[in-house]
Design a binder for this molecule. Sequence first.
Ligand code: CP
Length: 318
Amino acid sequence: MRAAVEATGQLDERGRLRHLLALEGLPRALVEELLGSAARFAAAPRARHATLAGRTVANLFFEPSTRTRASFELAAQRLGATTLNLEAERSSAVKGETLEDTLLNLQAMGVDAFVVRHAAAGVHARLAAVARPGVAIVNAGEANVSHPTQGLLDALTIRAHKGADLARLTVAICGDLRHSRVAASATAVLTTLGVGELRLVAPRELLPDAARGARCFDDLDAGLTGCDVIMMLRIQRERITSLSVPDDAEYHRRFGLTAARLALARPDCIVMHPGPVNRGVELASEVMDGPRSVILEQVANGVAVRMAVLDALLGRGG
Ligand code: CP
């Protein structure tokens, strides 16, 4: 994990959300407000709303995605917005157009919000700097830096099972922490919400440089013992260039969550994973499909969280 990034410029002069660039630096009251709004949307998942009627939300994904992209599109549609999906690999970006120019052109067509995933750090802040007033940039995944809506949906899922007071909880985030934007945003939001104990559990070579107040473990069994929440992460092989990482079988033997290992956690411990899961590597199918898994609830909560974020940015006269 990299040093905490406190995104500036994501709040307006009245402290309301103008862009969503990162969770670091967001006031707890605003995080609570977003989670409260998301919980209301989650309680009526099939309901349709009209708060974004007349608005247009564009998805610009320069990295692959299943959950985030689909759920932003569904979220926008359920709020009454028009949606636009730009196929990055077939856009004029491949002819050398800058990201800023891509944004300015789509903005000229009346796009009100840009949901952006990109492999380069800093892209979202750059786009926020050129977006005209009233046009929002939403971070849907930034390099290994942050994935703020994933952090929010993870917090929403934990609260749904464990209640709003996180102070008595022990949460373990396990896997490739060094390359994970999910871990970075989960760390940020759980810290903001006052989690009791946060553990970062990984093979030594995949532990983050900065623990940011968490306890680090390089032994999975020790890291899981007594936990209330376990969040497993896949190895981000696409971001690993120089490290030597065990092959899948060896990784599973050392760091895969199995039913036997889950027994080390508290009996009511929930198991989370942001997806995509590499079955049989970081997570055994018996656990993924078992009664303690809340992975598909996370996916459902993703739509609700993205509705809450878009509503905060563009709804209610935003
Ligand atoms: N959790 C997550 O970001 O999944 P996708 O890459 O499929 O969007």
